[in-house]
Design a protein around this ligand. Structure first.
Ligand code: HEM
Ligand code: HEM
Length: 134
């Protein structure tokens, strides 16, 4: 599996653990105030990162080069910023809202980079693989 795909799964499982802790906090405490942080840490963190990692594992040619690693760092930085800022904003610290917005825009930039990677053409290595397979 490409290194960046492994990074994605290692990061994703950390966000699942954090997301589930928030879910348990809501269930046990009986106060569902952090629902938005719980939902988005699980969905932007665990689900989306696992999808990115899965795509890169089944299309390893796309994981070559610096762009895939740059995309990982950009997207992850966005989710790392969103996670605590959204959580504490929902607990009442409204001053954190700009940080939530910045994190959202950074993770969106990561998504746009991933879209570029999906649509970008074959790399020389994938052409070599195709040629070797035929
Ligand atoms: C043991 C693990 C989990 C616990 C205890 C838990 C707990 C909760 C609780 C208490 C709520 C609030 C429900 C409400 O107020 O209507 C909630 C909402 C939500 N959870 Fe979890 N959750 C868990 C795992 C997950 C996972 C793994 C995901 C996603 C992959 C997830 C996604 C969501 C979403 C999207 C919502 C919002 C649903 C809505 O808008 O109605 N949860 N969860
Ligand atoms: C940076 C990207 C995103 C932003 C800025 C964003 C923003 C929002 C906002 C403002 C809400 C309404 C929250 C409320 O009413 O309290 C929401 C709800 C929701 N979003 Fe997102 N979202 C993003 C990404 C995603 C993704 C990628 C998914 C799914 C894979 C998702 C799934 C949901 C769900 C299930 C809800 C309803 C649960 C809740 O109330 O928190 N969102 N989102």
């Amino acid at each position: 599996m490409p290194k960046v795909a492994q990074y994605y799964f290692k990061t994703a499982i950390v966000f699942l653990i954090i997301g589930i802790c928030m879910g348990l906090q809501m269930s046990i405490g009986g106060n569902h105030n952090v629902i938005g942080a719980h939902a988005h840490v699980n969905l932007l963190g665990w689900v989306t990162m696992a999808l990115f990692g899965s795509y890169l594992a089944i299309a390893p040619a796309k994981a070559e080069g610096r762009l895939a690693m740059i995309q990982y760092y950009v997207y992850t930085a966005g989710v790392v910023i969103i996670t605590p800022s959204l959580y504490f904003m929902l607990l009442g610290n409204e001053a954190l809202e700009p940080l939530v917005a910045i994190g959202s825009l950074i993770s969106f930039a990561g998504v746009l980079l991933f879209a570029y990677m999906i649509f970008s053409g074959e790399t020389s290595a994938s052409r070599r693989e195709a040629a070797a397979g035929s």
